[in-house]
Design a protein around this ligand. Structure first.
Ligand code: CA
Length: 451
């Protein structure tokens, strides 16, 4: 069977169907536990292998506290038709070919998995052999990421940062018209658990006459979501907003580590460069837009703000273009780790506060004919909400390092110190829908190296 790009409009990825039924139970009992990130209504994708092995990485689906090995499912020939082709593509060492197949095929696999993992399914016996305990696997970056673009879609973050860098002119006049972004660096994107060196860079000390080369002292985090592109577009062909979401495979958590002292000196006139490209960490599990359908919410603008230009506007985008994804960020210092204390959560917010939607980011990115490819990654930009408790970067919480953040054990932080681990978590929950989660995205700062 030849898989062609089926005609899938935004409608297909927003509608609820049998896979979202909150009453569904799985024969994998841990998927039915209250509070699990991975019930049968979620079914996110990652690339994994047994921890510490030399096995080939391959695609997997999370179900409760287990991973369903898609290479094993493919080898057994359990699924046929579009779902079988999807499994074949997803059994590879990265998900690019699977992402390229488009939403009709992703959706066919989701339906087949949902039915086969349900309590009483006839596939239970065959699929039992394809499960591995999640605790016994390791992950890698799930796609060969050709290009990475980081946006800036929280107006609260843009305003807070703007006040620190440009007190007299915090929000630039283009912000409310353009989904602002820059082209980032794909080579330094790592998977959750990433350890990276504190970066060395050129810094202009306050009041100094010339810059110095030094290790960053103002190392920060940025709470973001990562958006993986599915099927791409040909160079020269833009993607209208009505079709934008059919090009989005799914969403993960993302930490855009940022060296604020390097950034402050280098960022004008062309934007972030070495302050951002030394490490970016993503969570292993990609939650599909279809799984997130129950958590769509209206995209609105304050009445006094300009409404988006027509190419960034649609009825569907206004009705349901935003997502209510709960997010939190925690910090665990080396002392907390020694004393067996879990991370201190210092930020709680939601993706629903973003000023631009995913569809708007994607449509704007291609409006000039720029071609996206399967496996490309967008960062949402730091997802700070309206209050200080919802700020997704230390530079906002500490007012540029002026107000240290106290920790429960008496320690404090302005920016990150060596050995600090940052943990981002994300989930969706509301009455009438199954709670689904993203797992976590952790990264640890290692001492820098002076040349
Ligand atoms: Ca960022």
């Amino acid at each position: 069977m030849r898989v062609t790009q089926l005609n899938v409009t935004q409608k297909n990825v927003t509608q609820l169907n049998e896979t979202h039924d909150p009453a569904l139970q799985s024969w994998v009992s841990s998927a039915n536990f209250a509070g699990t990130d991975f019930p049968i209504q979620n079914l996110p994708f990652a690339v994994f292998r047994r921890s510490g092995s030399n096995e080939a990485f391959r695609g997997g689906v999370a179900i409760g506290d287990a991973v369903l090995d898609l290479a094993a499912v493919h080898a057994k020939g359990i699924f046929t038709g579009p779902a079988g082709l999807a499994v074949q593509a997803a059994a590879a060492e990265n998900l690019n070919a699977f992402m390229a197949l488009g939403p009709a095929v992703w959706s066919a696999l989701r339906l087949a998995l949902s039915r086969a993992l349900r309590a009483g399914a006839k596939e239970e016996h065959a699929l039992q052999d394809c499960l591995l305990p999640m605790a016994a696997v390791e992950y890698t970056v799930p796609a060969n990421i050709g290009d990475y673009t980081d946006f800036y879609t929280s107006i609260y973050h843009a305003t807070n940062i703007g006040k620190l860098f440009r007190p007299d002119n915090p929000l630039l006049p283009n912000y409310k018209w353009i989904p602002i972004g820059y082209h980032g660096r794909a080579s330094s994107i790592g998977i959750s658990g990433q350890h990276f060196r504190r970066p060395l860079g050129q810094i202009m000390p306050p009041g100094a006459e010339k810059p110095v080369l030094a290790l960053s002292k103002r190392l920060d985090i940025e709470l973001e979501l990562g958006i993986f592109i599915g099927a791409g577009n040909a160079l020269g062909e833009s993607i209208p907003i009505a079709e934008a979401e059919s090009h989005v495979f799914g969403i993960c958590l993302l930490n855009d580590w940022s060296a604020r002292d390097i950034q402050g000196w280098e960022y004008q006139p062309l934007g972030p460069f070495l302050a951002k490209n030394f490490a970016t960490t993503i969570s292993p599990w990609i939650v599909t837009l279809e799984a997130l359908a129950p958590y769509r919410t209206a995209f609105t603008r304050p009445a006094e703000d300009p409404q988006p230009l027509p190419y960034l506007d649609s009825e569907a985008n206004r009705a349901a273009g935003a997502f209510d994804i709960q997010l939190q960020v925690g910090l665990q210092t080396p002392r907390m780790r020694e004393e067996k204390q879990s991370e201190h959560v210092f930020c709680r917010t939601s993706y629903r506060h973003a000023y631009w939607t995913i569809a708007q980011m994607l449509t704007h990115h291609t409006v000039n004919g720029c071609n996206l490819r399967p496996g490309d990654l967008f960062g949402s930009g730091t997802l700070s909400g309206p209050t200080l408790e919802q700020a997704g970067a230390l530079i906002e919480i500490t007012a540029g390092g002026k107000n240290p953040m106290p920790l429960p054990n008496g320690e404090q932080r302005t920016f990150l110190e060596d050995g600090d681990t940052v943990v981002i978590r994300g989930w969706c929950e509301k009455p009438g829908a199954a709670r689904i989660g993203f797992g976590d995205c952790t990264g640890t700062v290692m001492p820098g190296k002076v040349v």
